[in-house]
Ligand binder design. Structure first.
Ligand code: PLP
Length: 297
């Protein structure tokens, strides 16, 4: 019998669903669970696995070469580079900016996993969604699968549906961080209409994040929203309040978080609870999307 990809990669799926009982003001009337996608695998992180999983679903038919994009700390490229290394797939990573003289821990890992790393300037990187640019890449890398930044293609949604199918408790709200929007799009499109998905924007995207999410969805529904109050000034921006809060999550609640995604997510949860935004008795699921490697210096 052929092994499933989850067995080949030793993934912990279904990921745990843990009850979370913080001593926060207002939390005593709520039931909160954390969906621990951060525990799926030590390297293949949370939502990045969910978004990539459909590519590897059939182990007899996986691509021989994958090309993708990201910044110097990209959780997506880190997961992808490792997957390709383990599955013996050629991997080309197109990186925004030239880190050749100061490799990040993420890039050093990619190098170790034999990823072909190509540094490009910001103007070139800005063309990553451009049809002509993608066409040129196809010519250059014949037969390769080209995966968009963050793994955020419409094919990513089925992996999020699998995550949703793992949840067997009843709930009213599900919270997740939002950057490219694919995770929220996947959650919302497989969510029953009487439940609400709350995306927490981790970057300044007031004008466009909602359309990124809805453009990825196969059908429109209004059971989701994006909260823009908690990005803290922009992507990867962090102040002392946020860093202290991440410390509190790790030390007092034993939940590892980093300031770019999960730190902002739980900080939003705490503040939304304090503001009384969830009616008493609500049942809330918080999706921990992983990403801890990105916090290394
Ligand atoms: C990429 C990432 C996100 C954002 O997911 P999108 O699908 O791009 O919105 C959230 N959390 C972590 C840990 C990530 O690495």
């Amino acid at each position: 019998m052929t092994q499933s990809i989850n067995e080949v990669l030793s993934l912990t799926t279904p990921s745990p669903l843990d009850l979370f009982r913080p001593d926060w003001d207002g939390a005593e009337t709520l039931t909160i669970y954390i969906k621990r996608d951060d525990l799926i695998h030590p390297v293949i992180s949370g939502n990045k696995w969910r978004k990539l999983s459909s590519i590897f679903a059939d182990t007899r038919d996986i691509p021989s070469h994958i090309v993708s994009f990201g910044g110097g700390y990209s959780n997506h490229l880190h997961a992808l580079g490792y997957l390709c290394y383990v599955l013996n797939i050629r991997c080309t990573a197109i990186i925004r900016g030239d880190y050749s003289q100061n490799m990040t821990p993420m890039l050093s890992d990619l190098k170790h996993w034999n990823t072909d790393i190509q540094f490009v300037d910001r103007a070139t990187y800005a063309r990553r969604h451009d049809e002509r640019f993608v066409h040129e890449l196809r010519q250059q890398h014949k037969g390769a699968l080209i995966v968009p930044e963050g793994g955020s293609a419409s094919t990513a949604l089925s992996g999020l549906k699998m995550m949703m199918d793992e949840i067997s408790v009843s709930f009213d709200y599900i919270l997740a961080p939002v950057a490219s929007g694919a995770t929220l799009a996947g959650i919302a499109s497989s969510l029953p209409l009487n439940k609400k998905a709350c995306g927490i924007a981790v970057l300044k995207g007031q004008e466009y994040l909602e359309s990124l999410v809805s453009d990825l969805m196969p059908h429109q529904c209004d059971n989701w929203s994006v909260d823009h109050r908690f990005h803290g000034g922009g992507y990867a921006k962090k102040d002392k309040t946020l860093l202290d809060f991440c410390y509190e999550m790790r030390e007092m609640h034993n939940i590892p978080v980093e300031p770019v995604y999960s730190g902002k997510l739980f900080f939003a949860l705490k503040n939304k609870i304090a503001a009384g935004e969830f009616p008493a008795g609500s049942r809330i699921i918080v999706l921990h999307t992983g990403g801890l490697q990105g916090a290394r210096n």
